[in-house]
Unconditional design. Sequence first.
Lengths: 408, 203
Amino acid sequence: MNKLIAWVDRRFPLTPFIKHELTDYPTPRNLSYWWGFGFLAGFVLVIQIVTGIFLAMHYKPDSNLAFDSVQHIMREVNYGWLIRYLHSTGASAFFAVIYTHMARTLYYGSYRRPRELLWWTGQGLLLLMMATAFMGYLLPWGQMSYWGATVITNLFKATPVYGEQIVTWLRGGFAVDDPTLTRFFSLHYLFPFLIFAAVVIHLVALHTVRSSNPSGINLADKDNIPFHPYFTIKDLFGLGIFMIVYLLIVFFKPDLFIDAANNIPANPMQTPADIVPEWYFLPFYAILRSVPDLAGGVVAMAISVLIFAAMPYLDRSRVTGGARYRPIYRAMFYIFVIDIFVLGYVGAHPPAGTLKMVGEVCTAIYFLTFLLLPFVSRWEERFVLARGLPPAVEAMARKEIAEAEGNV
Amino acid sequence: MSNNKLFGLIFCLMFSAGVAHADEAQLRRGAHVAVEVCNTCHSLKYVKYSDFLKLGFSKAEVDAMRGTKGMADPLISQMAPADELAMFSTVPPDLSLMAKARDGGANYIYAMITGFYTDAKGQTANHVFPGIKMPDVFMIAQADAAGRQSIEQKARDVSAFLEWASDPQADERRALGRYVIGYFVLLTVLLYFLKKKIWKRLD
């Protein structure tokens, strides 16, 4: 065995790679379980790719056969129901994990210098994931699949001048139909591999800048411990908890995230009473509907997703440790999280009366949070420095401020 | 996600070991109603006659139910869609997935079947589905108390059957799920102690 490894090492840096990235990779010892969600996301990606490959062996991307082929998988393929429920629940699990991962980044300010590129590659991953999930949702060819795809592709009508052409080009016809299904299937199979490649880039960036940590200070060497075995075991324990929750849904409540209307085959002649996207799109959908004008709504929705990329510049505070030492930022974080949940509720219901107004107010709060942040964060920085901080945190903040002023 | 589903999730998280088994005798009674009544107009195209064997029917009983149809044939409606369109001005929907295709599932189906009444104009109407084109097949709107009771029983049976038809692997899934969850709980407990042990080295 040792001879074999030595043979490989002469030709490929296997042992140095494992040493550098795993057994010697220095990791802050104070990372909490909130830092385990990136690993979970990677794990769910693998679940989705593996189950997806097996589903594709039995699925038929043809508008006349797609719905039946899903039932064929559910009823006739050995453990087909398990593979499909792992995949359909996995989509929701993926977003739940990624949103938690993003919330941790926002709370602890992990997007801050020097981790901007790490954050932006994550932002790219989110967009790829959203596109993949959206296209995957068409494949069962149920009523909600069909009308969801119709509504979302229709949004591209907002493009100036070429709106109609772009919508027709995306659908491969004047309405969502067989050509739409076949291209969505093809791309739904391609995108996960793009995601996989983007994850590698995300990890290269992570291993360059290393993990942030909840204390907000750069830890001394003695406070770093090797990733393996300490964080492999910590992540595996977290994975166990995740798997229990995920599999409880798969085995006991698998229809939790499947809309009833999606058990009716797609019917272009009959619009469902209420077209509702999947839960993970609801807050953005609520923002779209809160702006009265189509183009305005689409722009607002796009910005609501993309604006996270601007966080390293919107947050101008030099106090590290994220929300921990920043009471106002902390309050804003919690208000923002509550705001997103309320938007999600609004997005799931027809916009009428009070609910419509709640949606508009929450949309305003959503964007105001980002718009006010540059001013609030500077003011808060002066406030907390005057009030007093733990010495190590204050020293880091003062050093960063001095550096910034020296540069000017 | 409806509140129903959310409560269901909380329920299953709390009592995942105690999920009720479908009552096979009830499913067999419901299968008879489905074949003899519903299947006249509605197809159940994802259910095959051979599937009835899984409900504890004997082969002879299934043979009697299928008549001239083959064992591997799906339950296609006995009326041609064109005739149905002429008669009801709609093609009755396939029932294989009906229990999944409506919020409320089997409860919805039960409420719809028993929801027929005679309105002020003397016409048959439905509490759950206003403007329904399906006739009151069990004639519950005219039934007396005893008749009502027997119709309600049939409606319960056929609703249970349609729930089974929409998800025939449910029992297998829950049975397997108990072992899978048990395995992961055990594994996670072990991982927790292993984690404690490994992290002790840092003290």
